[in-house]
Design a protein around this ligand. Structure first.
Ligand SMILES: Nc1ncnc2c1ncn2[C@@H]1O[C@H](COP(=O)(O)OP(=O)(O)O)[C@@H](O)[C@H]1O
Ligand SMILES: [Mg+2]
Length: 254
């Protein structure tokens, strides 16, 4: 239902991603996994319509999203990696702003906001501004904001980075539950553990290219490696950490 075909993005003379293709079906959580700079955010931004690819296209239900971005965005919930939050607003004020942009009627919106805040365990903090929220509390608000209008598609960029254990556990379970409700879910992460816990399928990026694409279980079996960590290291041929550490220590002492 969401088809990504041969996306390439150049930033001037620098390559962002090259020839990236995959698709995602409702009920699936697809993980975009890769080290920093591998092209996850570039892919995600193209998928949200924020960035135009240099070539290639994204289709939803067979239609190029670029032909009618407005309709596409109405189906989409997005949690950005570096959100521009209005930190002087309280959580409910922020959600009300987003809900109105999504044209949710006021009464329904207020009810939804109250329920979300209670379910996410941040109701008691409702009079505090976002500037006083912890990273986990802000992320809860952002995820609530992304799903407030019950989108078919939920895309999250590094949603679990820097969260405390309890916020991470709840939000991971919520992401899985969204897929179980029949949504198309896609998120990026540089953390293998998270992808292993949450995703059904994984696309592994390195230097802007796909170097692995399969179910988590298959990738492991294929390479006969015990964990996705080992698969990842094999596929992306990570540099020799020990050698680098010695170099760093030597440089420090020099
Ligand atoms: N706005 C930009 N201008 C120039 N280069 C960019 C820009 N955004 C990303 N890049 C480059 O594109 C590559 C992929 O970046 P990104 O998609 O942010 O990776 P990731 O999210 O996996 O860390 C990197 O080499 C990065 O430096
Ligand atoms: Mg990124």
């Amino acid at each position: 239902m969401l088809e990504v075909s041969r996306l390439t993005k150049w930033y001037g003379a620098l390559i962002g991603i090259q020839d990236v293709s995959f698709d995602v079906e409702p009920g699936e959580v697809l993980g975009l996994l890769g080290p920093n700079g591998s092209g996850k955010s570039t892919t995600v931004k193209i998928l949200t319509g924020l960035l135009r690819p240099t070539s290639g296209l994204v289709r939803l239900d067979g239609r190029n999203i670029a032909d009618d971005l407005e309709t596409y965005k109405a189906h989409l919930g997005y949690v950005p990696e570096e959100p521009h939050l209005y930190t002087h607003l309280t959580g409910p004020e922020y959600l009300r702003l987003v809900g109105r942009l999504r044209q949710i009627p006021d009464k329904r919106l207020d009810r939804k906001i109250d329920e979300f805040l209670q379910l996410l365990g941040i109701y008691d903090d409702r009079y505090q501004t976002l500037s006083a929220y912890s990273k986990g509390m802000r992320q809860k608000i952002l995820i609530a904001a992304a799903v407030l209008h019950d989108p078919r598609l939920v895309i999250l960029d590094e949603p679990f980075s820097g969260l405390d254990v309890s916020a991470a556990r709840l939000l991971k379970a919520f992401v899985r539950a969204l897929a179980e409700q029949g949504k198309v879910v896609l998120f990026s992460s540089h953390v293998l553990e998270v992808v292993e816990q949450v995703c059904s399928r994984v696309v592994i990026l390195k230097e802007g290219r796909i170097v692995g694409h399969d179910s988590v279980a298959n990738l492991r079996t294929m390479l006969q490696l015990p964990s996705l960590d080992a698969v990842f290291a094999a596929l992306t041929a990570e540099e020799d950490v020990a050698g680098r550490l010695n170099g760093l220590l030597a440089t420090m002492r020099a």
